[in-house]
Structure formats: C-alpha cells, structure tokens
Design a protein around this ligand. Structure first.
Ligand SMILES: [Zn+2]
Ligand SMILES: [Zn+2]
Ligand SMILES: [Zn+2]
Length: 504
C-alpha cells in the first residue's frame, strides 16, 4: 500500500528500534524489532515517530515510546520444602538436594547455580545446600534458601566384642568407618573412641578349673595355650583300706587302690574336675566316703559343731541330709571342688528338700563391669548359704564384687574383701539365678568412698574431707552419689541417709 518512514526522535541509552529495509505496512499492521538490551538499560526510554505515507489520505503519523522495565521478583522457596540426603558407595559420599518444587536450581556454594542437584562430599563435613527459583521470561531468580547438614560417614563396619585371651588381644564392641578409619562405640557414630579404648590387652593364662594329673601330681592347664601351672603333689585321703582307696583329695587321682581290689591307678570321683572318668561317686564326710543315708545318719547324731562333706562329683544333696541339719546348730561345708565350697548353717534352714548345689558355667556379659572376671555361675540351689571361693592369692586384699542378672541387667549384690590366702566367703548367691563375681581393687558398693568394702560413717567423713580438699579420694568412681556432677557435702549427706536407712 504505502511506504513507512521512521524518524528516530530520541535514543536514550541503548534501546534500539528501527525500520528494516523494505518494511511495508498493510491492513493496519506494522512490525518492528527491538535490538538487544541489558539489565543496565532498565528504566531507560527510546522513542521514534512513524510516518505512513498514503496515496489518498494525508500521511498518518504516530509516535512510539519504549521504556525498558525491570522484571518482577519472585518469592524465595519454602526452606522446609527441600532436604539434603547423603548416599555412599562404600567410600565416596554424595550429597543430593531433594525437593518437589518445580522451576528451581541448585548450588552448593551459593554462587554457582545449575540444574545439578548432587555433589561429592567428604566424611564428617558440614555441607551447605542452596535452592532458589530460576529466572524466567517474566521473573527474576528468587532469593536463595539454604541449609547446612553434616555428611557423617558412609557405611560403618560393626565389630562384635571379642574376649581377650593369653594368646590374642580382644576388643569391645565397636563400629569403624572404613574410609576415614575412625572408631565409634555406637552404631550412630555419635561417640568416637580411640583404638586404645577399643582393644583389650592380652590376659593372663586362664587356668582350667579341672585338674590334669599323673602319678606324680596334679596341675592346671591354660584353656587357651599349652601353659601349665607348677605340678603340686597329691594330697592323700588316708591309707587305703579294703573299703576305700587312697586318693588325692584335690584332684581325685587314686594313689593306692582299695586293699584286695584288682584295679591300680586311676581316679575317684573327686569334684567337678573328675566327672568324666568316675566309677564310684560317694560323697565323704570328714574324710570318710559314705552313702548319703549314712551321712544323714552321722549328721543326725552329731550334736552341734561343724562337718565337712566332700561332694566328690555329686551335685544333689538329698532331702534326708538337709533334714538332718535343718533348724539345728550345725554348720556344714559342702566341698564342691578345691576352689569352691558351699557353707550352710543348719539353723537358717526352714524348708527341707533336696538341694542342687551345681555351679554351672554362666554366660552373662560382664564387659560393663570393672575388675577382672572372678567367675560366672548359674545357680539353681535355693537354700540359705554362703559360697567360699578360693581366688588366686595375688588378689588378696582386693574385692569380690558380686552381681546377679535381674531383668537382663547385672545388679550389684554385695562386696567381700579377699582374705590373705585369696579366699572370699560370699553371701547372697544362694537364690537361683545367674551370678558374676568380679575381682577388683575397688569395692563397687555405692558410697564406699574409703574403699573398705562396707558403707559406714567413715565414708561420709572421708567424702566430706575430700570435698573440702583435705583428703585424696580412694574410690573416686563412686563418690558423686546424688549425680549432680559435684562431690560435696550433699553426697556425704546421701551416705548418712543410707546409713540410717532413709533412702535406698
Ligand atoms: Zn568416615
Ligand atoms: Zn595361656
Ligand atoms: Zn592330686
């Protein structure tokens, strides 16, 4: 139809508009293009006048004014609408930003942004993840939200507890990050522990309860290696007669067979260490082997005093024997073997029945207790009694702390000081259950601050002296009795309250 001419009236900044060669108009349509602009041009204006030349009308003139405006902003994403999760392939950890939001972009430094929502990270590092809405044709990129999360570890390797022996070190239960070689006492890797805390040093030899013997004597073997104790001479039971052989009262070895009997050498029923090769199994009272009925009769005739009955491998004491001593002033030592005896005071027996005096090996986990393991037993006897244990002499003066398994937990029962020969007479193991006896230079009795095995006024005194700096504490693990993190007169008062029975 006609020709278009454009007068550029104003050019402000870099806003560019212009006529393209041979541009025409027809049917009232006219097109033009804006040239490239930058953010710096926001707010600037360009304008021009267009003149449309026609044949039949006067030329049509109009002005075009263009102002470059800023884009609108958009709100930042909801900071709770994204998460950072860590995955691992055994060694490498990868952080991934997870969100259901659309039109977002990601950054791990707050500066460079992209559609990549993952990055490799180190163990135990704080990782900050950023998220924002992307720029669109109409809207600017939003402000960013971010969160910082610790990467933790990759897969932790679980190591079960291993008991130390004389041959090998053991370890407590722990978890290890194979990548960064750190050790933890818990599966969540919350508490780091050192290698030294994990490893349990090799132990002394563990001498078998059973004796090994030959004609010259008896000895203990180590359960883990070939070490043996010094050979001790047999202890004679008395001269052999036609009724009984001369045997070793410690290991059961038959020194001289019964007079007139055919057998020579061998072994009598001599306690728990001899059950495999027992042919006769009579208990003995005061050194003489007898039937249980004869023993019951002998006890019945005895007027008070004490008696020693060697069980010689028997474990069940019949009711007739218990009946013979029940409610009478007779103290009976039932010798279980050379290291263990049951001490029963007839006067304390109120119910008569057969008693199983077995001391079966226990299986409770004592790794949480301090000291060395003295012994673990499963006891089924239910009789008022004490047990005398002969521990190794080197522990004389230390404490035997007795624990019983109650509702899955080891609960402190009592504490007994070992005598000079290493023995301890332990009360309170006479109800059925699992027991553990730990030998330790410290008493585990709560409040036993002066470490003498009993709770008395001196504990309160010693504690007060310690709290004001007059004394160094002996049994320091036990002194913060009220658990307030301080050792002070409040703890001493707790001891005093226990002494007068005000609190448990
Ligand atoms: Zn790690
Ligand atoms: Zn050994
Ligand atoms: Zn012997």
């Amino acid at each position: 139809m006609g020709q278009v001419t454009v007068d550029r009236a104003k050019k402000d900044g870099t806003i560019v508009a212009g006529i393209f060669p041979n541009t025409c108009y027809s049917d009232g349509k006219f097109t033009f293009h804006l040239g490239p602009n930058t953010a710096d041009d926001i707010g600037k204006t360009g304008s021009f006048t267009v003149k449309l030349v026609t044949d039949n009308y006067e030329s049509v003139t109009f002005a075009v004014k263009i102002t470059l405006t800023a884009k609108d902003n958009q709100d930042a994403p909801d900071p709770t609408a994204f998460d950072v999760v860590f995955t691992n392939d055994g060694s490498k950890l990868t952080a991934t930003i997870k969100t259901k939001l659309k039109g977002v972009e990601y950054s791990f430094d707050g500066k460079t942004w992209s559609n990549v929502n993952t990055t490799a990270v180190a163990h135990l590092k704080d990782v900050t993840a950023y998220l924002r809405y992307k720029e669109t044709d109409e809207l600017n990129a939003s402000a960013a939200v971010f969160k910082t999360v610790n990467s933790g570890h990759g897969k932790l390797v679980h190591h079960a507890a291993v008991q130390a022996t004389c041959q090998n070190t053991g370890n407590v239960e722990y978890w290890e990050c194979e990548t960064c070689a750190k050790y933890y006492s818990d599966e969540a890797a919350a508490t780091e522990v050192s290698l030294a805390e994990v490893i349990i040093a090799k132990t002394d030899h563990k001498w078998s309860v059973k004796y090994t013997y030959d004609k010259n004597g008896h000895w203990h073997k180590c359960e883990y290696c070939d070490a043996v104790t010094e050979t001790e001479s047999h202890v004679s039971s008395g001269e052999a007669t036609s009724a009984k052989a001369e045997y070793c009262t410690v290991c059961g070895y038959i020194i001289t067979p019964k007079k007139g009997g055919g057998s020579s050498g061998g072994h009598v029923s001599g306690g728990s260490h001899s059950r495999d090769n027992t042919t006769e199994r009579n208990p003995s009272i005061n050194g003489e082997q007898k039937t249980w009925s004869d023993i019951a009769a002998a006890l019945g005739k005895q007027n008070g005093g004490s008696a020693t009955i060697s069980l010689n491998g028997e474990t069940t004491v019949p009711a007739e024997v218990i009946k013979a001593i029940a409610d009478r002033k007779i103290r009976v030592e039932f010798v279980y073997d050379s290291t263990k005896s049951w001490l029963v005071d007839g006067a304390e027996i109120t119910a008569v029945s057969a008693v199983d005096l077995s001391l079966l090996p226990g299986s409770v986990d004592t790794s949480s207790l301090r000291g060395i393991l003295g012994c673990k037993y499963r006891i089924s006897a239910d009789i008022p009694a004490e047990i005398r244990f002969a521990f190794r002499k080197q522990y004389a003066g230390e404490f035997a702390n007795v624990y019983k398994l109650i509702d899955g937990k080891l609960v402190f029962q009592t504490c007994v000081k070992l005598a000079e020969d290493g023995t301890a007479v332990i009360p309170g193991m006479s109800a059925p259950g699992e027991y553990a006896v730990m030998v330790c230079r410290y008493s585990d009795r709560q409040g036993d601050f002066d470490n003498n095995g009993i709770l008395d006024i001196y504990d309160a005194v010693a504690l007060l002296r310690y709290s004001v700096g007059l004394d160094s504490g002996e049994n320091l693990q036990l002194i913060d009795l009220n658990g307030d993190g301080l050792v002070n007169c409040a703890d001493a008062s707790t001891v005093l309250r226990w002494l007068v029975g005000l609190s448990a």
